[in-house]
Design a protein around this ligand. Structure first.
Ligand code: ATP
Length: 233
């Protein structure tokens, strides 16, 4: 059976500058896969290719076996991919609840509703009428995740969820992931913190200079293998 989402020797460019040099990747329903790698390794570019923000060849990305590379972002969201962008990007003039409802525009049916989100992150229920940007960094990250879940995606792509957050808040956010994947939703996280990435993911890809330098089951990969693949030493 074809994977839910696959890339086939995916390449990406910014003008003449090549950022990805042939990434082979796959994601199956219900999996949590982490992507790690140093600054500039190509992690964000990879997520942007998956969501159509950076152009790719049609056949370099397949969704349930069908080519989706280079499709406009709106069309990709309607297929069932949602992104939690780096830096959260909440709408400053909107309340928490209005921010969450902005995600419900993809016209996809599924298990996620405001009620369900408030059960996952009860603090958002308490603060639902406050401006989204008045919340703490961790709570804003919960809103950003919730907004993506409201589109009832089959795949959630998360760019640097833990950036700038305290360890206890990072744990709280990652503790929510099993409830998200339990019904078959797949999650991709780009994570700077290698030990967090190893702990929360089932499989892991390490990127180095636009290529996959290591991949495997997170429990099988040793710290030495990972640091070799990460730093290239
Ligand atoms: P970081 O952890 O710093 O976000 P990253 O692994 O996500 O790094 P990318 O941001 O994908 O890496 O960058 C990959 C390469 O593409 C780098 O060489 C970077 O300089 C280049 N790049 C990224 N965005 C652009 C852009 N908008 N224009 C030109 N080059 C870019």
């Amino acid at each position: 059976m074809a994977a839910l989402l696959q890339t086939h020797h995916l390449k990406a460019y910014y003008g003449d500058a090549q950022a990805l040099f042939g990434i082979d990747f796959e994601l199956n329903a219900g999996e949590l896969v982490a992507i790690i790698g140093a600054n500039g390794a190509g992690k964000s570019t990879f997520l942007k290719c998956l969501t159509g923000l950076v152009k790719a060849k049609a056949e370099a990305i397949t969704w349930k076996g069908q080519p989706i590379g280079g499709m406009p972002p709106g069309k990709i969201v309607r297929q069932g991919l949602a992104m939690v962008p780096e830096g959260r990007r909440l709408f400053a003039s909107l309340s928490v609840e209005e921010n969450l409802l902005m995600g419900a525009n993809a016209q996809r049916q599924g298990p996620w509703s405001l009620d369900r989100l408030y059960r996952l992150f009860p603090i958002l229920n308490e603060k639902r009428h406050l401006p989204g940007t008045s919340l703490s960094g961790g709570q804003q990250q919960m809103v950003a995740i919730g907004r993506a879940l409201m589109s009832n995606p089959e795949v959630l792509l998360c760019d640097e969820l833990s950036l700038g957050l305290a360890p206890i808040v990072i744990r709280e956010i990652y503790n929510a992931m099993p409830s998200i994947t339990a019904e078959g939703m797949a999650v991709v996280i780009v994570e700077q913190d290698v030990s967090v990435a190893r702990q929360v993911s089932q499989r892991l890809y390490c990127f180095q200079e636009g290529q996959v330098s290591l991949q495997g089951l997170s429990t099988d990969l040793s710290k030495e293998q990972i640091s070799h693949a990460y730093f290239g030493v």
